[in-house]
Every structure is written in structure tokens, then in C-alpha cells.
Write a protein that binds this ligand. Sequence first.
Ligand code: SF4
Length: 344
Amino acid sequence: MFNEQLSHDIMKKEDICSMTASELEAFAETLGEESYRGGQIFQWLHKRGAIRFSDMTNLPADFRQKLAEAAEIRFLTPIKRIAAKDSEKLLFKTADGFFAESVRINRGYGAAVCVSSQSGCKMGCRFCASAKSGLSANLTAGEIAAQVYAFERVSTVIVMGMGEPFDNYGATTRFLDVINDKRGMGLGARHVTVSTCGLTDKIIEFAENRSQTNLAVSLHAPNDGVRRMIMPVAARYPMNRLLDACKRYSIMTGRRVTYEYVLIKDLNDGNEHARELALKLRGSLCHVNILKLNDAGNDYKPSDKNVEKRFVSVLERYGVPVTIRKSAGADINAACGQLRAAKL
Ligand code: SF4
């Protein structure tokens, strides 16, 4: 058993798609080549869509051979596609057999793509389809990036699909390095948003290291009592600590925080909830996105339209910037985890 494990570890190939350009430069050197070859590999993988080492025609043949022995190109296989007028959803299978799902939503000037950072999720939010079967696997940086590359004309990326990105922090930040790099996709950090359900400790680390990347926080409640009813993470991170961390993020980065708030009928949609939320957020650099509850096969119901309008008007009265998010993907089950749940 020990020998089997040992030989498996020895044989394990490097996941080359998850390496940053500078890691690839160092990797090329370990294989006896000059470092600039690493930059060439990075371009092939992240700009030119190579799926085999033999595609990398500007690399010497013997180096391609060495690469194939030492590393592997792990890609995602699309297994289901649902398209509607302005949106498209893909379900992928990873090389290890786990699911990932992503959604493209057309915007006039390009497309916003929402990607998964994990297959499933262990955060257990009660209104969410991804939470239902728990966490199956962390996705690698390469697997997160491959979801972006599956779509065309991508102008914005949101890490808000299945999973909690800060629970897979290393792969998520590595993914950000990869798609920011000009030798690859070159997507500016300001066009990327990472969304957390409130892993407060990571927010400050994120602000320190990713000052140009946008932060969204799934809040969904004006106080701990309501939040704990729908989000188990609230028991670990009380709301005052969470909001303090968000305010510090804004001070450190100069960027506003987007708070996501899904309105659930008779649970978090009252006037008193709107007022309490407004009092906690007013004066801070923030924006509230009001979301419509997606059907995740539970007892929660979306709030009525007039309740939604009333909720928004209370926030506006207190000077809190707020937008009702059009649910552009509702017709394709765009809520994270729905396709995977169906497959499982
Ligand atoms: S809402 Fe996000 S953090 Fe919560 S269970 Fe779903 S995927 Fe996980």
C-alpha cells in the first residue's frame, strides 16, 4: 500500500494549466530549458487554447516530449449546454469526474461569465442548490480559468458560481493571476469580482493582496438572527465583524463592496429589515444588489414585486445605493448548483 502511494506520488504529473507564467518559467528551467519557454507555454495554454503539447509548435520537439512526461494539460469536458436569448449555461466534468458549472450573460459590450470555484459547496446556505450535496472537490486554478475560456467575448468575470472562493483561496487567487496576465487573457483585475458568503478572515488578506479586484459579499440579512436562519457561516462570523472587515477592505483599496441580498418572502423582506440594513450600511462605500430567489427545491418563496420595490425605496431613503438585479439567467436555471444537483 505504502509503495503504491509512493509510486503514485512519484508519477504524479504537474498540473501545468494551474501554473502562473512565472511558475512556468521556473518549471521550464527545471526541465533544462531557458525560462522564456515558460512564457511561450503560458501563451499556448491561456491565449491560444492548446490542448496538447504537440500543438505548441514553437517549442523544440524534445522539450515537448519532456513536458508530456513531466506535466499534464487538464481540461474540462462540457457535458451539457442550455442556451436562452441572452444567456447560456454550461455544465462541465473535470478530469477527476467532478462537476463545474458556469453561466454567460450577454451584456451589450461583451459577456459577463460567472464561474464556479468548487464542485459543490460546504457552506450550507439554505436557499442554495449548490449546498445540497455538499462539497465534492476544490477546483484547480486551471479548471476555473477553463470555464472562462469556454465562452467568447468575455469582458467581465464573476467568481460567484458553485462554491465559496475563499474556501479555495489558493486556487482562486492563482486563477486571478492567470487571467490577469497579459501573456494570456489579460483581463484587468477591475473587471473581476470575487464573491464570498462572509469568510471574514480572508477579506483582509484579499484586500492586502488583491486591491484592484472587486469584492462582493452575500449578506442576505440585516442581522445575525435572520442570517443564522439561512446561512450557517453567520454562526462563525458575526455580522459586526463581517461589516467591519468590509469597511476595512474599502479603506484599504478605495473600492466599494457589493452586498448581495436575496429577498425571501416573510423572512428578510420587511420594512424593518430594510431599515436595519440601511442603518448598518449607510455612509460606507457600498452598493446593494437585490436578487430574486431562484427555485432550489426548498420551502422558501421569492418576495412579491411590490415588497421588493418597498424594500428598495427604504434603502434609497437612507442614501444606500441599491439596484434590483435583473435575473438574466432564470430561464436557464442560472442559480449555482442546479445542473450539478440534477446530475447527481
Ligand atoms: S450561496 Fe454560495 S456559499 Fe452559500 S452554499 Fe451556495 S455556493 Fe456555497
